[in-house]
Design a protein around this ligand. Structure first.
Ligand code: IMP
Length: 457
């Protein structure tokens, strides 16, 4: 509640607790649903990284919503959603999402959806560059490693962040509100981009800077009510006692600095991205909820030590409906890797865990959990290696746990789960040293077993 502390256990009653929700694996952990559950207890929902490469499917009151850029908090009439400066915004996608929501009676206006004036814009050529580079690299192999393509979502994420870092060819949201400046920049950028795309072997008609400037000026006018200095907005919100919920997109093992490089995305998607991606210092985030599937999945290329290329992997994929929300690609599936999750929890400072898709594991005779790796030289380690080449040849060391039958799962109480299911969760908590606060047992908002941690709300 605005102006109140979250619970009586906090030393300072005037200090509101702000929460972060981050994926602890390679994405698609079901963060959307957990964010949706937590939204009820927060006032402002903030995206800090990534772009339309993320995909959230939320089921609320039997209705399914697929969102890519707009936080799912938009489904609540009294919340403010913020797309922070650390994101890359495809403005046409945002407008499309806004229209879809409005057509279903959801309110979206300049008061409940704010976009940072400093967020970088994903332009059409970024998507062309992304696809062209992936096509080019898929034909290039390196030794045993196969294709050098990253397996991106082709949403233009890497090229847009590259431009952000390059600066001279970048466009920010605020630039869309300044037609003369935008046209000036388009003249330089379109010339360069045409040449670069041609060099990648893409037959493109030369990009027309005036047409592009006109198109994006019009888009800017439509988005203008939403574009603002979100850093001041967030600090004003904190000062007013409003509670913030930071919603991570993608996941910690895809973090540009700390993930399985180079098979990562182009932003800091671990909790470490929050300060830079929003302008809110990390010390303000009192609670970090790490989201972890009860097993592992990954899309695109890159190392995946517990991957199952057999019938068990197929069974998990079908039971978990493991096909991408954004691209429809089948996801690679495998057993839960606690070496990886312990690393990402450490990185994010996770204070609690939400274990999602737990119902998918029912009906297996036995289940495996990876608790260490065997290195190529035969030695053992419980440390993750955030580097694709560094992880080569690492084999998972498993513990085997008994499964539980497919029975109706309890609607509210974790203690009513089958004994082996409780033991599986207890083993995870013991290995990570972090409490599991939520267990997802189905796609609906209501199908979440919640256990309040002792020290915080
Ligand atoms: P990009 O973010 O489109 O550049 O893709 C880089 C890598 O991150 C690819 O392996 C993608 O499949 C992966 N990736 C990006 N976003 C997500 C996500 O939200 N879930 C799962 N994988 C993702």
């Amino acid at each position: 509640m605005p102006g109140q502390s979250c619970c009586s256990n906090h030393a300072s009653p005037s200090r509101t607790t702000h929460t972060a929700v981050v994926g602890l694996q390679w994405g698609d952990e079901g963060k959307g649903k957990i964010v949706d559950v937590l939204t009820a207890r927060h006032d402002v929902i903030v995206r800090y990284n990534g772009g339309a490469n993320a995909g959230h499917t939320v089921v609320a009151e039997g209705q399914k919503y697929a969102l890519h850029l707009i936080p799912s908090g938009i489904l609540y009439p009294d919340k403010t959603c913020v797309i922070g400066n650390g994101t890359v915004v495809d403005p046409e996608k945002v407008l499309e999402e806004m229209e879809k929501l409005r057509s279903r009676g959801i309110r979206v206006d300049g008061r409940n959806l704010l976009i940072s004036d400093r967020a970088h814009v994903v332009m059409p050529w970024h998507k062309d560059q992304d696809a062209a580079l992936e096509e080019y690299l898929s034909g290039v192999t390196a030794g045993q490693r196969g294709s050098l393509a990253i397996g991106t979502t082709r949403r233009g994420i890497g090229p847009a962040y590259s431009d952000k870092v390059r600066r001279s060819t970048a466009i920010r949201m605020r630039d869309l509100l300044d037609p003369a400046y935008l046209r000036e920049r388009m003249h330089v950028i379109c010339r360069l981009r045409t040449a670069e795309l041609e060099a990648l072997g893409v037959a493109v008609a030369p990009l027309d800077p005036d047409a592009m400037a006109a198109r994006y000026t019009e888009i800017g006018q439509r988005l203008a009510p939403h574009v603002t200095d979100t850093v001041y907005f967030l600090h004003d919100s904190i000062a007013a006692g409003r509670s913030l919920l930071f919603e991570g997109a993608n996941a910690a093992l895809l973090d540009i600095d700390h993930g399985t490089y180079p098979y990562v995305t182009s932003s800091n998607c671990s909790a470490l991205g929050i300060p830079a991606g929003t302008g809110v210092p990390g010390g303000n985030v009192g609670r970090v909820l790490g989201i972890m599937k009860a097993y592992s999945t990954r899309v695109g290329g890159g190392p995946f030590p517990t991957e199952l290329l057999d019938d068990t992997g197929n069974r998990i994929r079908e039971r978990g409906r493991e096909y991408g929300t954004t691209t429809g690609r089948p996801r690679r599936c495998g057993w839960l890797d606690l070496v990886a999750v312990r690393y990402s929890s450490m990185l994010c400072g996770a204070t609690g865990i939400a274990c999602t898709l737990f119902d998918v594991l029912a009906g297996f005779d036995e289940l495996k959990i990876c608790v260490a790796y065997r290195r190529p030289d035969g030695s053992m380690t419980d440390r993750f290696v955030p580097d694709a080449r560094g992880l080569e040849g690492y084999e998972p060391v498993y513990e085997t746990l008994p499964g539980w039958p497919e029975t109706a799962l309890p609607a509210s109480d974790r203690a009513a789960l089958p004994g082996n299911a409780q033991a599986y969760l207890a083993r995870i908590e013991q290995h990570l040293g972090i409490p599991i606060e939520m267990v997802g047992i189905g796609p609906d908002r209501s199908q979440t077993l919640v256990r309040q941690p002792a020290a915080c709300c």
